[in-house]
Ligand binder design. Structure first.
Ligand SMILES: [Zn+2]
Length: 115
């Protein structure tokens, strides 16, 4: 527990180079307090096999991999699917389940995946 966002959530980045951008959470890493967000905080990783000389054919050599780098959870804010604005959530017990509820409109956050 502790993470305020879950996989599948729409979130907005509060700071950094991707400030203001939105994306869907791909994975949450509770141990490090970070999460990866689809299409955000992209980093280019060079593999060991760099194209020799020019990089004319970089598209098919796979020399550079673009992937999402983890963002700190403190920099992410849940975006309510109904309000479409970043909203704080509160936890309510509904039908015996701990549900996250938008403080703004009372909409229950979707639970794409359990856990
Ligand atoms: Zn809402």
């Amino acid at each position: 527990m502790g993470a305020h966002v879950r996989r599948g959530d729409m979130v907005m980045v509060l700071s950094g180079k991707d400030k203001g951008k939105r994306g869907t959470v791909k994975a949450v890493f509770p141990k490090t307090g970070t999460a990866t967000v689809e299409g955000l905080n992209i980093v280019k990783r060079h593999t060991k096999h760099r194209p020799a000389g020019g990089a004319m054919s970089s598209a098919d050599t796979g020399g550079i991999i673009e992937k999402e780098a983890p963002l700190r959870l403190s920099r992410l804010m849940y975006v309510c699917a109904k309000c479409q604005v970043p909203s704080r959530t509160k936890v309510e017990i509904r039908a015996g389940l701990r549900e996250r509820v938008c403080r703004r409109c009372g909409e229950v956050a979707e639970r794409p995946g359990k856990g």
